[in-house]
Ligand binder design. Structure first.
Ligand SMILES: [Zn+2]
Length: 201
C-alpha cells in the first residue's frame, strides 16, 4: 500500500508559493507519504521540475498531473503529460485523458471552480471527496456524490502554500509504480484519510 497526496500546486500555478525543491525535500522526509501528484493549473512545467528534482531520490514517486480549467469547472488529469486541445469542454477534456491513458478526477466538486452537480453526468474516473482546503460540509457532499455515482473517492491537499502540504492522503492498494497506482485508483482500491502533519514541518 502506498500513501499519496494527489493534488499539489507549485509556484508554476501562478497562485501558489510551493517551491518544487521544498516539495521534493518534504516528500523525501515525510514519514508516510511518499507519492504525490503535481497538479498545477493548466501547465506541466512545475510537474516536470518536481519530477526532475525527485529523480535523484529513490523512495519518492511523482505522478504527472494537471488541473485543467475546463469551461464548466476544474478537472484533474493524472498520468497525462500534455494539455488537451482547446476549447476545454469538460467532456472533451475527459475524453482526451482517457484516450491518453490518464485518470480523471473531479476535484472539490462543490467548492468554487468545481463542476458541481454537472459531475453527475460526466464520465470521470474518481471524485475528490477529501480536499485539504475545502470545508467539511462540501467534502461531505462530494463523498455523497461519489457514493451515488459508485465512483472511487480520492484525497488531495490542494496545497498552494507550504503549511497546506500533506494535510490529507489517499491510501492506494498498489505497488510503488505510477501505472499500478493509476489502475488502482480506477478500480477503487483507495481510501482517504486526514493526516497529522509531522512535527518536523
Ligand atoms: Zn487545485
Amino acid at each position: 500500500m502506498i500513501n499519496a497526496d494527489l493534488h499539489i500546486h507549485t509556484t508554476y500555478s501562478g497562485d501558489a508559493t510551493n517551491q518544487p525543491k521544498t516539495i521534493v525535500e518534504q516528500l523525501n522526509a515525510h514519514p508516510t507519504i511518499k507519492v504525490l501528484a503535481v497538479t498545477d493549473h493548466n501547465t506541466f512545467e512545475g510537474c516536470r521540475k518536481v519530477q526532475e528534482l525527485a529523480s535523484s531520490y529513490q523512495d519518492i514517486l511523482v505522478i504527472p498531473g494537471v488541473e485543467v480549467s475546463a469551461v464548466e469547472g476544474e478537472l484533474i488529469l493524472l498520468g497525462v503529460t500534455e494539455l488537451p486541445p482547446k476549447p476545454w469542454k469538460a467532456e472533451d477534456v475527459i475524453e482526451f485523458a482517457k484516450t491518453n491513458g490518464g485518470v480523471t478526477v473531479a476535484p472539490h466538486p462543490y467548492r468554487g471552480y468545481g463542476l458541481g452537480d454537472l459531475t453527475r453526468r460526466l464520465n470521470v474516473d474518481a471524485i475528490e471527496v477529501l480536499n485539504g482546503i475545502t470545508d467539511f460540509d462540501l467534502n461531505r457532499r462530494a463523498e455523497e456524490l461519489a457514493k451515488t455515482k459508485g465512483l472511487p473517492g480520492v484525497a488531495g491537499s490542494d496545497a498552494h502554500e507550504n503549511k497546506e502540504l500533506w494535510t490529507v492522503c489517499t491510501e492506494v492498494q498498489a505497488s510503488f509504480d505510477v501505472d499500478a497506482i493509476l489502475k488502482a485508483i480506477k478500480r477503487g482500491a483507495v481510501r482517504t484519510t486526514l493526516t497529522l502533519k509531522s512535527i518536523h514541518f
